[in-house]
Design a protein around this ligand. Sequence first.
Ligand code: IPE
Ligand code: IPE
Ligand code: MG
Length: 223
Amino acid sequence: MSAARHVAIIMDGNGRWAKRRHLPRAMGHRKGVEAVRALVRALKTIELECLTLYAFSSENWKRPEDEVDDLMDLMRRFIKSDLPEFIEHDVRLKIIGNWQALAPDIVEMLEDALRQTENGTRTLAVALNYGAQAEIVEAARKAAAAGEITERSLAAHLYTADLPPLDLLIRTSGEVRLSNFLLWQSAYAEMLFTDVLWPDFTPAHLLDALEHFAVRERRFGGR
Ligand code: IPE
Ligand code: IPE
Ligand code: MG
């Protein structure tokens, strides 16, 4: 039995949550941010070195402009309102993905947030404008430029190089796919797919997932 060190979550189902209530999608995203906030707060009592959250994929740009704008605005507001709490609770923020391509004011806010949280002991990694295939291609290029492509050299150039190995990947909303998230890192991760829609996901759901993880037998190909 061993405890998970690194959990990643594909936070899916905001749109369906809103639709079921005849609310605009934006409300679903807003509720989704509240679920993130509750989870980050709970990190102070949950033994976990790293939580990685898929917030915006490199494919999410395909959505209507007003939805993308809503999501970017939520991001701005979330960083502003929650940064003091990150600092207070010793959370180190890390951003994975091509986040430098986001709007300049968001990039600036993120750079500031990264600086202010760099000494945190637990990591909250947020995937923004993230796509795993692009991540792997980029890492392969860098590994090749440095002289050799091996599993180890490639992994050393992934965004996640400084994080513990991924133990558990959770996806909410009943979809059973990875949607271009952490493809390399998932090689031996345990997977949990739940029907709970992201805005309804609570710290208790995470604790439950961690308990189930702890009793799973991971073999890594051995026996
Ligand atoms: C996840 O919820 C949030 C993002 C992808 C940004 P969705 O917006 O994908 O919700 P559904 O899948 O339409 O229910
Ligand atoms: C994955 O959800 C991306 C995030 C949760 C940020 P999507 O809703 O974009 O995935 P698909 O399109 O259903 O595969
Ligand atoms: Mg979705």
